[in-house]
Write a protein that binds this ligand. Structure first.
Ligand SMILES: [Zn+2]
Length: 366
């Protein structure tokens, strides 16, 4: 049975409803048996990302089946007819229209397995809508803490699922602090896509799908980096594929930040092991506007270990990228356009295969 293990001090804890960080304040990872990825098992599961369930720490058999809504197995398509080797992964084709459903489906299945009657989450929007949706599916009460500047459409989506919206003024960090205080006061499960490592067990499937569709690893992954929920999941699963000898090298991770809120890019440039919180200037890319990313050490390690780099995007580049992508048929939310803007700035070698995620649907932006 897996345990939590502190990323800072190594202390281990039983997985319970109330534990979400170490006594030392460190982030918790999962301490589990090494995963051996066995593609021959993938055919016995239904057409969703749970075809990779054998690679997830699920001993709660029968639980995810009650929670799943068919998330995952999103299309990997050519960007357009003129750029061979560049692909988009259309991850907005999901039950709540964003890639966060990968993590939320696993996290809420785990909450249900632990017998949680209520969860609390905080989010810049998409994770909140996803947690609200899966909680409704699982019959679990849900409070979602959001900034009072969150897109009205995302807020309406959360409310539609019957979740209680708690609007908090101030920064993304103030929203997280309010949620964490409520978790402590009420003693309930913290369904955090940042702190809870089960979320990454879900986002790992993004990379399994790319591996399966490509028959191997692409050269390069362009991935947004706010709290690193997709980036870390993708990194862990390609590591598992490497450890299972199914690929012979890790794809390079090109991490994308908005120039206005770029603590990770700054730390990378300076050679720092962890990010120093920045005073964000605000960005259109609300989904990656994270001034103090809690897992910065792990994100920086992942980018460095894959020989990757950071690309920062200016505000005007986000809008023009969104328009250019829509002209190719793909209508994404504003934050997701930053990924395509990064591709436009990236110096791609001839024949280099690149995968760009389209993380959220265009209808989500106000
Ligand atoms: Zn610790």
């Amino acid at each position: 049975m897996e345990q939590y293990i502190c990323n800072a001090c190594g202390r281990k804890y039983e997985v319970t409803r109330s534990r979400w960080k170490c006594e030392c304040g460190g982030m918790l990872d999962l301490d589990k048996a090494a995963v051996t990825v066995r593609p021959e098992t993938w055919t016995k599961f239904p057409n969703s990302m749970f075809r990779y369930a054998d690679s997830m720490p699920f001993e709660c058999s029968g639980i995810w089946q009650q929670v799943t809504m068919g998330e995952g197995l999103t299309p990997l398509l050519p960007l357009d007819g003129t750029t061979p080797d560049v692909y988009v992964k259309v991850d907005y084709m999901m039950p709540t229209l964003s890639f966060k459903d990968r993590g939320a489906a696993v996290l809420i299945a785990k909450a249900k397995a632990l017998g949680a009657a209520k969860v609390i989450a905080d989010s810049s929007g998409n994770a909140g809508t996803s947690i609200a949706s899966y909680s409704a599916r699982a019959g679990i009460e849900c409070d979602v803490y959001l900034s009072d500047t969150t897109s009205q459409k995302k807020m309406a989506q959360v409310k539609a699922h019957g979740a209680n919206v708690r609007e908090i003024p101030g920064s993304r960090e103030a929203v997280a602090a309010a949620a964490q205080q409520a978790v402590a006061d009420e003693g309930v499960f913290y369904a955090s896509h940042v702190y809870n490592p089960y979320f990454y067990e879900g986002t790992k499937t993004y990379a399994y799908e790319i591996f399966e569709a490509c028959g191997g690893a692409p050269d390069t992954l362009i991935i947004p980096a706010g709290n690193g929920t997709l980036l870390l999941g993708a990194y862990y699963s390609f590591k598992e594929l490497l450890d299972s000898r199914l690929i012979d090298r890790l794809p390079r991770i090109i991490a994308v930040q908005a120039a206005n809120v770029a603590p990770l890019a700054l730390a990378f440039e300076k050679g720092d092991k962890a990010a120093t919180p920045v005073e964000g200037k605000g960005t259109l890319a609300e989904g990656i506007a994270i001034a103090a990313p809690a897992r910065s050490k792990q994100i920086l390690e992942a980018v460095r270990e894959t020989n990757g780099e950071f690309i920062t995007i200016e505000e005007h580049e986000i809008h023009s990228a969104r328009t250019a992508l829509a002209a190719k048929g793909y209508y994404v939310e504003v934050t997701s356009a930053a990924n395509y803007a990064a591709h436009l700035k990236y110096d791609r070698a001839p024949g280099e295969t690149v995968v760009i995620p389209l993380c959220g649907a265009g209808m989500k932006s106000d």
